[in-house]
Each structure stands twice: as structure tokens, then as C-alpha cells.
Write a protein that binds this ligand. Sequence first.
Ligand SMILES: C[S@@+](CC[C@H](N)C(=O)[O-])C[C@H]1O[C@@H](n2cnc3c(N)ncnc32)[C@H](O)[C@@H]1O
Length: 283
Amino acid sequence: MFYRDLREQNRLSWNAVVGAHDSHRVDLARFLREGGSTLFPEDRALLGDLNGKALAHLQCNSGGDSLSLALLGASVTGVDISDEAISSARQLSSRSGVPADFVRADVFDWLRGQKEARFDVVYCSYGIVCWLPDLRAWAGGIASVLRPGGRFVIVDFHPTAMMFDEHWNHVHAYYSGGEPLTDDAGVGDYVAEAGGGLTPAGFVEGERDFDNPQRCHLFRWGLGEVVTAVAGAGLRLTVLQEYPYSNGERQFAEMRELPGRRMIPPESVSTVPLMYGIRAYKS
Ligand SMILES: C[S@@+](CC[C@H](N)C(=O)[O-])C[C@H]1O[C@@H](n2cnc3c(N)ncnc32)[C@H](O)[C@@H]1O
């Protein structure tokens, strides 16, 4: 498998940042216990009815979304490479009383290790594809764990958004090919930068000025490559939607916040796709 050493380095970078992210989340366990949800409407619409479904949540991070999915009636298995994220997800599950299984594993290893096609739904969202060095293996693995008739849903940041610097200057070429790109600053505290956009239960200042000692490696792919990998794995696409806004995250200067934690560019910036969503079925 490609770049195992880089993925291991990413594990360290994620391990380092999870505590800072969690420090900004006020009483998420109570929010979930009382039936709150961290999910955005775009994801809910693409996922459809989850009652009684076996759902794999890939790259689940600290599990807030996984437990929100469980509250919709799914039996959830969350998978993530970060030891700290999985430990935090397990604590959140026990403190909220919302059950889910959490597995610490590299997503490629976990997909390859599954013995049967036992999931009705595979889901992942918001910062997924940039961690994947091999889209063919990823999509093929997803197809292999889905039952016939099962569905795959992804909502992710649009690769077009990566062409701009934080002041909306067009400074990068459109990425493609998955070439590794090293970020010496490592995974940042984007939960703090979102200033409440990623903390529906409430935001506290928590840890300040987090500095990640562990660099990370990103893999940049174009949207066509993602779609081609999903279709190439034999999954039938029924939705490919692009959204001119970003849920939760403020990646750019002067973003305006609409209700529902929806971030849009300032008026001076023409429409740019900032997220996309896909739904695809296994025959
Ligand atoms: C931006 S987060 C995804 C956000 C997540 N959906 C949430 O609810 O917060 C990306 C996640 O991918 C995980 N990750 C990165 N590389 C991975 C890999 N090779 N296998 C499994 N998880 C990985 C990270 O540990 C991190 O938790």
C-alpha cells in the first residue's frame, strides 16, 4: 500500500491536535444525550433513512457525527487512524450513553480486513480525500464492504477551494494525481478558527495558540478522480452535488455566516464551489 510511512506520520499529527479540538467543545456528551445532532442538512439529505441500518463511518475523528448517526437509528462502526480521536470517541459514547463501536485503524487496512459485505451505508465527511494516497483501493474497499443495494455517501471540501489562498487570491493550480504535499505546520486547530462553526453544542476558548509539533502529508485529488474511483469500483452514482458554501469551517478571510453554520464568501467574491456531495449505490 502506498505511503504507509506518510500515513503513520499523519496519525501522529492527528494525535497531537485532538486534545486542542476537544478543548473547544462544551459538553457535547450532554448535547447528544439530550438528542442533539452535529450533522449538517446536506449530509442528512444524502444519507436518507438510517433506521436499522448498519453504517460504517470512515475517518470518524472524535465521534460526534458517529453518535449523531446512531441517534438516527443506525448501528454505527466508526473507524479512524488516530489513537486520541478513537479514545475521545469512546469516552463521548460512554458519557453520552449513545452506543457505537469505534475502531482504531488505518482506513485501508480496515477495509481490506473486512471478511464480509455487512454494511448498508458507508459514510465519510469534511476532510476525507486529502488523507488518501490511493483512491482506487479506497473506493474498491468501500464497494467490498457494502451489501447489495447499500449506499456510499461522502461530503467533502471541493478541490477548487484549494486553489485559493486565505484572501481568495487564485495562487495554486487545480490539484490532481494525489502527489503528496507536506505541511510542516501539521494539522491545525481549525475548530478554534471556526469560532463556533464546528461546535453546535457550544464553543469555549479552550486551548489557545495550538502549535502542532508533528507535520502532516496531504494527497490532493481533483473531483473527476474521486468520481472516477467511485464509479470504477462498480458503484452507481445517483448524486454529485456541488455547494457554493462551506459547512462549519471558515477556510477564508471575511466569510459570512448564514443560519445553520453555513459559511459563504464575502460579496466581492464570485461563486466558487466549496463542497461537494456524492451518493452512490452498490448493485
Ligand atoms: C478532518 S477529520 C474528518 C472529520 C470528521 N468527519 C468529523 O466528524 O470530525 C479527518 C480524519 O481522518 C483521519 N485519518 C487520516 N488519515 C487516515 C487514514 N489513513 N485512515 C483512517 N483515518 C485517517 C484523521 O485521524 C481524522 O480524524
